[in-house]
Design a protein around this ligand. Structure first.
Ligand SMILES: *[C@@H]1O[C@H](CO)[C@@H](O)[C@H](O)[C@H]1NC(C)=O
Ligand SMILES: *[C@@H]1O[C@H](CO)[C@@H](O)[C@H](O)[C@H]1NC(C)=O
Ligand SMILES: *[C@@H]1O[C@H](CO)[C@@H](O)[C@H](O)[C@H]1NC(C)=O
Ligand SMILES: *[C@@H]1O[C@H](CO)[C@@H](O)[C@H](O)[C@H]1NC(C)=O
Ligand SMILES: *[C@@H]1O[C@H](CO)[C@@H](O)[C@H](O)[C@H]1NC(C)=O
Ligand SMILES: *[C@@H]1O[C@H](CO)[C@@H](O)[C@H](O)[C@H]1NC(C)=O
Ligand SMILES: *[C@@H]1O[C@H](CO)[C@@H](O)[C@H](O)[C@H]1NC(C)=O
Ligand SMILES: *[C@@H]1O[C@H](CO)[C@@H](O)[C@H](O)[C@H]1NC(C)=O
Length: 819
């Protein structure tokens, strides 16, 4: 090795040392002097408060969308406390925040457009300073405040930041980014602090309880100061006598009072150890369905474990991706009293919007009022008191056992909607991804079917329409989505955001280089060949060259953008795609141990046999991945081709499902196409593919059942066919019937016979039994009797962590059928 001379090293050191100070001061500084600016390109170019609790600068809200924000520097996932003009994000290049010589603090976009200004026009402004309280102030040379961010809160109040007459909190929107939503926390004209849903369609106050007057709610309306503040100890006091304490009342805790996008006002405390906002030390609305506006016109909010929206019978959702747009009638009601009837919905209420209110009426009288008034959509009636509430518009619907009201909905007489009510859970459309978040699933043909109805085709077309509507929306927005739309980085989505921003578009040349001109083939499936590749950043990835893909490039891109947003540990992670001329390629994570079919049927690669515990874990993992696709992820996905070839194994033999979302991309018949609509693989396809029924998630449940049996038996289902003459489905059905009978009669010899011999009895028999019972349920011909993937996961986990032992303690498992 060549030795460097001493002067040379010294010189190098000098260079390093001399470059350090400006770098350090860039991190450390807490103020911006007149005439200077922060630029978006350099993410160390931020202001940090002296105690380092807050930072301010350009906050990355999407992959190329930035906001000038103040955030908590000591929370794990930088939580934004304030944003300048959150409805207009700026470009990742060329945007600036400048304290101009005339004293204005100004945010400009890449092209110099003024996006926000502090409007401080006093020429005496000296600097902009970020205080330890999280307040950004513009002060003059005498430290007099000329402007402060505390005067224009967004959705969050910090301790010592007052809420006043002119500074309401406005929630962020549920749909993403930081932009304003429809909920407001404000001083009403009678001096009372309230929460209101102030949407495009209607406005409605929901807190404090609008049924009661000010005093009953413990407030006063005489003090017109209109001021409220949270102190350092966690005590909030307002001029209308609203007061509350944080449950962890005391000094030294970082707190924020945020009007969340679900319309609830919550006081959060930062957990010092995990650096997350795990503690909700106070919240305004205890029952989420009491927040108004969530489910839109005609929509019903219901509880099960979580908050969900659903439509009443005879209604259908307007926009499955946005429940605030509510539901619409499937059949118009007539104005003629004799052509209508009423459907009773117990435990249900639509709050507000009464035509008028009368008490002491008999049910018949009340019914008559609504029946004869064309504008009456439904009425509420309380027995006993004879209270009658005819309603013209149905907003703020909720349905729960604790709701004492009964609603009578008007329907055309000739339409046979039968009630399956009360509308409580199970039937409800999934609305959330986690407890706090109001996030709907798109296009649930399955649920539509349940909504009560008559012709399946109607729902099918509904689904197709919804599908195209969603599609059209994405095409229209095109690339904007890929570059701009990122999820709102709330505390819960942070990981998700990091993932989606890694998803990108590759050029064909780049992939050609990475795969060394498509040399290293690692597999070949129905949808195309897969190559191993090394990207420029040294990541090893799998590149799939798709054959026979849908024509439209935009459609492809839109679809891919959806797939790119899906992330779960049991799904193969997508890194990006390429779409150039006729080339369509997908870039995904490279999964070490190849596909399940090789490991399970191949005698084990490297002579290795999958042990029982690994098989069980694979069964659980695949179920979790599918449950995520079906029930939890942002865009609802049916895999349509679940089979061992599409289940990859990582280095710890954990399963990852591949090729999800491809169903819509490949040319072999879209959702609405009649030509060769069958997808999937012989042996794994559900019987309904052959019928004209619309396809739903239950096709995956069926295929999963086959895979589960294969895991137990260690042999491919198509090999069960003795002479190759019989049809696989027939053999499968016969086997299942036989095993079921054996299981019921307690004939365990049969079961022992079925389980993979190669394991030589190293089997957890209880798990084997449960897996088989689940498989039988999944393989039901009648798909409504198959369980959902969610319940499969539950059932499987019920026998986790068992010590392998010979078939003692054969516990009966209850297979609950899907809804
Ligand atoms: C500054 O003035 C403009 C134009 O009057 C206004 O739109 C904007 O909201 C003001 N900004 C602030 C922070 O008050
Ligand atoms: C303004 O505040 C700074 C500290 O932030 C202090 O150093 C300076 O002396 C103050 N100036 C005046 C005129 O009070
Ligand atoms: C009104 O409320 C403020 C606190 O926000 C309090 O300081 C003031 O004394 C109250 N006025 C009256 C008349 O109670
Ligand atoms: C909040 O806590 C303080 C100190 O424990 C107590 O004095 C005060 O009454 C409490 N206020 C409320 C509204 O509970
Ligand atoms: C209901 O009436 C509206 C206009 O009043 C019409 O546009 C709509 O198509 C009708 N819907 C049905 C299902 O008949
Ligand atoms: C309530 O409205 C109905 C229908 O418009 C009307 O017949 C009835 O008289 C009204 N009752 C009262 C108390 O105004
Ligand atoms: C519901 O009605 C029953 C009987 O009328 C009454 O006892 C109960 O308190 C009511 N519950 C609520 C939450 O209003
Ligand atoms: C915060 O971000 C980390 C990754 O940086 C993630 O693992 C964690 O789940 C996030 N926390 C919350 C509460 O979302």
């Amino acid at each position: 090795m060549k030795r460097l001379s001493r002067p040379c090293i010294l010189a190098a050191l000098l260079v390093v040392v001399s470059t350090l100070p400006p770098f350090c001061s860039a991190i450390r500084r807490d103020s911006l002097t007149r005439g200077s600016s922060l630029s978006v390109e350099d993410d160390t170019d931020i202001l940090v408060s002296q105690d380092e609790s807050f930072a301010c600068g350009f906050y990355k809200a999407g992959s190329n969308a930035y906001a000038f924000s103040i955030w908590f520097a000591n929370s794990a996932n930088a939580t934004v406390a304030w944003t300048a003009n959150r409805d207009q994000l700026v470009n990742g290049r060329g945007s600036r925040i400048t304290l101009r010589r005339d004293g204005r603090l100004e945010l400009t976009d890449f092209d110099g457009t003024l996006v926000w200004s502090s409007n401080t026009s006093s020429g005496s402004a000296d600097r902009a300073l970020l205080l330890n309280t999280g307040n950004l102030v513009v002060v003059d040379a005498d430290n007099t405040t000329l402007w402060q961010s505390f005067d224009s809160p967004t959705d969050t109040l910090l301790p010592m930041q007052p809420i006043t007459k002119s500074t309401p909190l406005v929630s962020a929107s549920a749909s993403g980014l930081l932009s304003s939503g429809y909920y407001r926390f404000y001083f009403d004209t009678d001096n009372v602090l309230r929460l209101i849903y102030d949407g495009p369609d209607f406005s409605s106050i929901y807190w404090p309880n609008p049924m009661y007057n000010v005093w009953v709610n413990g407030r006063t309306s005489y003090n017109s100061t209109r001021n409220g503040v949270l102190d350092e100890m966690g005590y909030f006091y307002a001029s209308d006598q609203l007061e509350f304490n944080a449950s962890d009342y005391g000094h030294g805790i970082t707190r924020r009072l945020t009007l969340d996008y679900d319309g609830n006002l919550r006081l959060y405390s930062l957990d010092k150890r995990t650096r997350t906002w795990s503690v909700v030390s106070w919240q305004a609305v205890l029952q989420p369905c009491h927040v108004h506006g969530t489910c839109g016109r005609n929509g019903l909010c219901v509880y099960s474990a979580r908050v969900r929206c659903t439509c009443p019978p005879g209604f259908e959702v307007n926009d499955p991706s946005d429940w605030s747009k509510g539901c619409k009638r499937k059949h118009n009601i007539s104005c003629h009293p004799h052509q209508n009837r009423f459907l009773r919905l117990p435990f249900t209420d639509f709050w507000g919007f009464d035509l008028n209110y009368t008490s002491g009426l008999s049910f018949e009288e009340c019914r008559k009022i609504c029946s004869e008034d064309c504008s009456c959509e439904a009425f509420g009636y309380r027995q006993g008191l004879g209270q009658c509430y005819p309603k013209t518009t149905l907003f703020n619907g909720r349905s729960s056992q604790s709701t004492n009201n009964t609603i009578y909905m008007k329907f055309p007489r000739n339409v046979g909607e039968h009630s399956q009510y009360p509308v409580i859970p199970a039937a409800a459309e999934e609305l959330v991804c986690n407890d706090a978040k109001v996030q709907p699933l798109a296009g649930q043909s399955e649920l539509r079917r349940k909504a009560g109805g008559k012709t399946k085709w109607e729902y099918f077309y509904g689904f197709v329409m919804a599908f195209f509507a969603v599609e059209a929306l994405f095409i229209a927005s095109g690339w904007w989505f890929i570059f701009r739309r990122e999820k709102k980085p709330s505390s819960t989505d942070e990981g998700y955001q990091a993932i989606s921003s890694q998803f990108r578009r590759f050029t064909y040349a780049e992939l050609k280089r990475a795969t060394r001109d498509f040399k290293d083939v690692v597999g070949r499936g129905g949808s195309g060949a897969v190559y191993k590749a090394a990207l420029d950043d040294e990541r090893v990835v799998a590149v799939k060259k798709l054959e026979d893909v849908i024509e439209g490039e935009e459609e492809f891109n839109a679809e891919l953008n959806l797939i790119g947003r899906i992330y779960h540990k049991n799904l193969v992670r997508m890194f990006g795609f390429c779409s150039e001329r006729s080339h369509r390629l997908l870039v995904s994570e490279f999964v070490e141990n190849g596909s399940l079919d090789k490991a399970l049927f191949g005698g084990g690669a490297a002579g290795r046999l999958l042990r029982w515990s690994q098989r069980y874990q694979i069964g659980v993992g695949v179920a979790k991945g599918l449950a995520y696709l079906h029930h939890e992820c942002l865009e609802w996905v049916i895999h349509c081709d679940v089979k061992p070839e599409n289940i990859l194994l990582d280095q710890d033999w954990g399963p990852k499902i591949a090729d999800f979302g491809l169903a819509k991309l490949l040319n072999r018949g879209g959702v609405g196409s009649n030509v060769s609509r069958i997808r999937g693989t012989r042996g794994y396809i559900a019987p309904e593919w052959a019928s004209s029924l619309p396809i739903n998630g239950k096709v995956d449940v069926y295929s999963y059942g086959v895979v589960l049996l294969e895991l137990v038996k260690g042999e491919r289902v198509s090999n069960w066919v003795a002479d190759g003459v019989e049809e696989v489905g027939m053999v499968l059905r016969r086997t299942v019937m036989m095993l079921k009978a054996a299981l019921e009669s307690g004939d365990e010899a049969w079961i022992g016979e079925f389980v993979d011999h190669r394991l030589e009895g190293e089997v957890n028999w209880r798990q084997a039994m449960v897996m088989m019972e689940i498989a039988f349920a999944c393989l039901e011909e009648e798909r409504n009797r198959r369980p959902t993937m969610d319940s499969v996961v539950q059932m499987l986990l019920s026998c986790d962590d068992e010590i392998p032992a010979g078939g003692r303690d054969k516990k009966q498992v209850i297979i609950s059928n899907g809804p």
